[in-house]
Design a protein around this ligand. Structure first.
Ligand SMILES: NC(=O)c1ccc[n+]([C@@H]2O[C@H](COP(=O)([O-])OP(=O)(O)OC[C@H]3O[C@@H](n4cnc5c(N)ncnc54)[C@H](OP(=O)(O)O)[C@@H]3O)[C@@H](O)[C@H]2O)c1
Length: 494
């Protein structure tokens, strides 16, 4: 990771209390990220929390430990947001833009908590932030900064990234009722002001809905984090810190797309065509379809991923690279015969067209997705990794009465329901590798280059992988082999 000059940004008060702590980037690590796995190093300020958590200290003991002045966090810098002007997306290297250094601890609002971050995960949104595409995320922070006094904390010249994590509550704001210091939690990333009436039907429709750690500051790739109490969910007791940390963002997104009331609403027996079926959201989609009595048709791009998908129980698998689909004959022209070839392949595999197409690659696949969906079927989309200016043949949509349904993350209830399925051992984490916080850039690069399977975990305060399990009997019952399938595959052990 790169190093840069020290920057100090001031908060709105200079008082040395949690309620008035200055906010700013106060020290930068000059460590270069290399391929070697370094031991995770918590800054000394938060070491006391780690020691207390590891010795099973009580909530009262945790609450008595002073909140540190600063903490270690992965972040990008406003001063570098133009560093890649004119560079193609694929040539941008997140290791150059993601830094790990000390951040002055912000104060918490009455409805927020401090959590000691044991582990976190890489999501594609951290890739977007780190390559400053489609827009630098500082605009989001500035907009939040103008909204309220508490919002102003977020508008800084650095952006602490990360939208997932497992952790321990160490302090709660005065308005927090359901959580206390010592609670072990996972965090969903839906950041909503629940005093806004628009948040009270489906909070994803709230006027001020944001994704924590992407559209807000003080995200999860750090030793400490600030989150709203309404982002907390119980940590599944049979999982390690890192296994518990990787799930919430991607699994909840897939849950809303397929299961919740707001998008495709899959039923038993539905054929669901899943792009990127071993990727972050795809791997949870595959499990949700199998668990809900559907028939997944999973698409991947290598023999190794075919093997992984089959090990998950998905029988209908397409290797898009081996099949050589070319949906675009040139930059401006799609080739309908290739859509037909894909549709024929699906019929060969499962005997019918998909009731639902789980879409997220965007420009490269949307034409094919609309074409292959069954008459009356649904294309549910939450992203556009390969480009968001979409083109499809509208005749195939309206003449066949198909619907394109949009979906974005998940509300608290949907996230909670998804977390419950993981806690009950019905849906498994899909973590293939674990990185240290110092290696956040390496992990983001791997995701950017489509080289990682499922999810990549990141150790924050947790000093090593494998810690945090509080119900080993449940872990045995669920099946260690099922829980660690992606890791075992990544190690070549399947
Ligand atoms: N709206 C939301 O709330 C939300 C939430 C989570 C994620 N997302 C977005 O959803 C997208 C996927 O996220 P993720 O975490 O699943 O990413 P990921 O872990 O990188 O997996 C995506 C998979 O999609 C496949 N893929 C990529 N480009 C493709 C293309 N051009 N054509 C066909 N398949 C392609 C790849 O699988 P194969 O190469 O094996 O086919 C890849 O592994 C990202 O853009 C992310 O930002 C949105």
């Amino acid at each position: 990771m790169g190093s840069a000059a020290c920057v100090v940004a001031r908060g709105r008060s200079g008082r040395d209390t949690p309620a008035g702590r200055a906010v700013g980037l106060i020290r930068r690590s000059g460590a270069e990220a290399g391929p070697q796995v370094a031991a995770p190093v918590a800054s000394s300020a938060v070491q006391e929390f780690l020691d207390a958590i590891q010795s099973d200290a009580s909530g009262d003991d945790l609450a008595a430990i002073p909140i540190p002045e600063s903490y270690r966090a992965a972040h990008v810098l406003r001063s570098e947001q133009d560093m890649w002007e004119g560079v193609a997306s694929e040539d941008k290297d997140p290791r150059q833009s993601l830094h790990v250094g000390e951040i002055a601890t912000p104060e918490i609002a009455p409805d927020e908590v401090y959590v000691a971050m044991m582990a976190s995960a890489i999501n594609f949104n951290t890739v977007w932030t780190s390559i400053f595409e489609p827009l630098p995320t500082f605009g989001f922070l500035d907009r939040l900064g103008r909204e309220s006094v508490w919002g102003a904390r977020h508008a800084q010249d650095y952006h602490v990234v990360g939208s997932d994590g497992s952790r321990v509550v160490v302090r709660v704001g005065s308005a927090v009722r359901n959580w206390k210091p010592g609670d072990r939690v996972t965090i969903h990333c839906n950041h909503v002001d629940d005093q806004d009436p628009s948040a009270h039907n489906d909070s994803m429709l709230a006027a001020n809905q944001r994704i924590w750690g992407f559209e807000t500051n003080f995200g999860g790739l750090a030793d400490l984090a600030v989150v709203k109490a309404n982002q907390l969910m119980p940590k599944p007791s049979h999982l390690t810190w890192e296994e518990a940390a990787v799930n919430a963002l991607c699994s909840s997104t897939s849950y809303r797309m397929l299961v919740g009331n707001h998008a495709a609403r899959m039923k038993q027996g539905d054929v669901v065509f899943i792009w990127g079926a071993t990727g972050g959201i795809g791997a949870y989609a595959t499990q949700l379809v199998l668990n809900g009595g559907g028939i997944p048709v999973g698409v991947v791009s290598s023999e190794s991923r075919v093997q992984l998908l089959q090990a998950m129980g998905c029988e209908a698998v397409i290797d898009r690279r081996a099949e050589g689909y070319q949906f675009w004959s040139d930059e401006h022209t799609q080739d309908e015969s290739e859509w037909r070839r894909l549709g024929k392949k699906v019929r060969e595999l499962v005997g019918e067209d998909p009731d639902i197409v789980f879409e997220h690659p965007g420009r490269s696949t949307m034409g094919a997705s609309v074409f292959i969906a069954k008459k009356g079927g649904t294309i549910v989309t939450c992203a556009a990794t390969s480009g968001y200016m979409i083109e499809y043949d509208n005749r195939h949509l309206w003449m066949k009465l198909k619907s394109i349904v949009s979906s974005h993350f998940a509300n608290y209830q949907e996230s909670w329901e998804m977390n419950r399925l993981i806690d009950r051992g019905v849906i498994q984490p899909v973590m293939s590798e674990v990185f240290t916080l110092e290696q956040t850039g390496d992990a983001a690069l791997k995701t950017h280059r489509n080289q990682g399977e499922g999810k990549l975990g990141v150790l924050c305060l947790a000093p090593e992988a494998g810690l945090g399990i509080t119900d080993p009997e449940k872990r045995e019952r669920v099946g260690v082999d099922r829980i660690t399938l992606y890791e075992r595959h990544a190690r070549g052990e399947l």
